[in-house]
Design a binder for this molecule. Structure first.
Ligand SMILES: Cc1ncc(COP(=O)(O)O)c(C=O)c1O
Length: 444
């Protein structure tokens, strides 16, 4: 297909510079395994699991077959006042995978909806327990929790927030970011040990400012994914758990990226040995094939909401989406989880993560403009010094260049991230890393 055959007047692309895209479009028309086919017939290796979604690789027959079968059996069913067998089964599997008593799954369709759902559960839970005054939320600088008004408010990526001040939730504060560019620029498959206790700020400034008794929840990504794969200090999440427990504050892990295998475990909660009160997920749960997201809640949240004086015909939680627990999406989730188990893909992610991390550190260290390298799980990031006065331009140009050379990598500010499907082979990693390294040199 030629560019001139593409009609691009109507599709307004998300999180994309539409003006420059139209001049030099990147259009994907096919995918199989580790590769895309572009509209001009090229093969491009998917180095970012298509935005952290496609853990099992593209075009996996067991998932496709499960979807086709479900379409012929129960294509869709109204979600309110009804359940469907696939949703019950998927929820059971997901709860069984989650640690502790994270047992109650509220389905939605995306990570953004999951974040907003978690915020609403927190408010409703506290109110059900007679603590409706708990309405302060604490996120973290450079956190990403999607684009809903709730997730955006607790999120901390400046460009995403800049224009929407008037629509932002009130009573939200942010902890400082988890990056030390001086002492912790290079993180090679270990948890960085900080001399400083970064959570003293929460204990000694943020909580006293709002009074801990007013705080509903703290929400964090265990690893800051969208910002550019920033790894928390050793012990950070455990200590966050302790602080939240001390003050009756709910802890929410946004595991939209880290959930379902990226760190080699079911969830980052398992990797770090910390059980949050709510855990949000999306993306890899269905291999990205059909939109599905959700919030896994601890029993105590569900139980508090069920303990109501209202008559039994009254809904306990006025929340849900038309497509909550969509049977086709849930069938895709069941098939994806089964496939990942059968092929041992989460342990494989851990194994290949070491290969990726080693390649990053041995290849990028010392290259022009490289100011940091971070690897953990099956994801690695190289951070570049920005071009003076044009933040983000260097990484964007490198991303475009790599795509032209057959490798899809992800720019985030001036960070470039590679997070391939769990089925990645060493030869793919070599290709991705070498293409990226050549481009980093070419853009010095
Ligand atoms: C941690 C996190 N939360 C939420 C989201 C939003 O998910 P979605 O784009 O499916 O709404 C993302 C997307 O990348 C994410 O990384």
């Amino acid at each position: 297909m030629d560019n001139r055959e593409l009609r691009m007047d109507n599709h307004w692309l998300p999180f994309t510079p539409n003006r420059s895209f139209r001049k030099d479009p990147r259009v994907l028309v096919g995918a199989d395994g580790m590769h895309f086919t572009t509209h001009d017939g090229r093969q491009v290796i998917d180095g970012i699991s298509s935005l952290w979604c496609v853990g099992a690789g593209h075009n996996r027959k067991p998932i496709n077959e499960a979807i086709k079968k479900q379409l012929d059996t129960l294509d869709y069913a109204t979600a309110f006042q009804f359940g469907n067998d696939q949703a019950f089964k998927a929820a059971e599997m997901i709860a069984a995978m989650a640690p502790g008593d994270l047992n109650r799954v509220l389905f939605c369709n995306s990570g953004s909806e999951a974040a907003d759902t978690a915020i609403k559960v927190a408010l409703a839970y506290h109110r059900a327990r007679g603590e409706g005054h708990r309405n302060v939320f604490i996120g973290r600088e450079r956190g990403y929790h999607g684009v809903g008004l709730g997730g955006m408010s607790v999120g901390g990526i400046p460009a995403n927030r800049k224009v929407y001040g008037a629509a932002m939730m009130p009573r939200v504060d942010h902890m400082r970011f988890i990056h030390d560019p001086v002492n912790q620029a290079y993180i090679h498959h270990q948890e960085p040990v900080w001399q400083e206790d970064i959570l003293l700020e929460l204990e000694n400034r943020i909580l006293p400012l709002h009074d801990p008794s007013n705080v509903a929840a703290v929400i964090v990504e265990p690893i800051a994914g969208s910002a550019g794969w920033y790894i928390p200090p050793k012990g950070y999440l455990k200590r966050l758990r302790e602080i939240c427990d001390k003050h009756g504050i709910l802890l929410v892990f946004d595991e939209v990226i880290t959930g379902f295998g990226r760190l080699g475990t079911n969830f980052a909660a398992d990797f770090y040995g910390v059980v949050p009160d709510m855990l949000t997920f999306a993306k890899c749960v269905t291999n990205g094939v059909i939109p599905l997201g959700g919030v896994i809640c601890r029993d105590k949240l569900y139980d508090a909401m069920m303990k109501t004086d209202a008559p039994e015909h009254v809904i306990e939680f006025f929340h849900g989406y038309t497509y909550s627990g969509h049977p086709v999406a849930c069938a895709a989730a069941i098939a994806t989880i089964d496939l990942c188990n059968k092929e041992g893909l989460y342990p494989r992610a851990a194994e290949m993560g070491k290969v990726l991390g080693d390649a990053f550190h041995s290849t990028f260290k010392g290259l022009p403009n490289v100011i940091g390298i971070r690897s953990l799980g099956l994801a690695a990031a190289v951070e570049l010094a920005p071009i003076a006065g044009s933040p983000g331009k260097r990484a964007y140009d490198i991303f475009v260049d790599c795509f032209k050379k057959g490798s899809l990598v992800r720019p985030a500010g001036d960070v470039l991230v590679i997070a391939p499907p769990y089925v990645v082979e060493k030869s793919h990693i070599d290709q991705l890393v070498n293409t990226l390294a050549d481009s980093v040199k070419a853009h010095a």
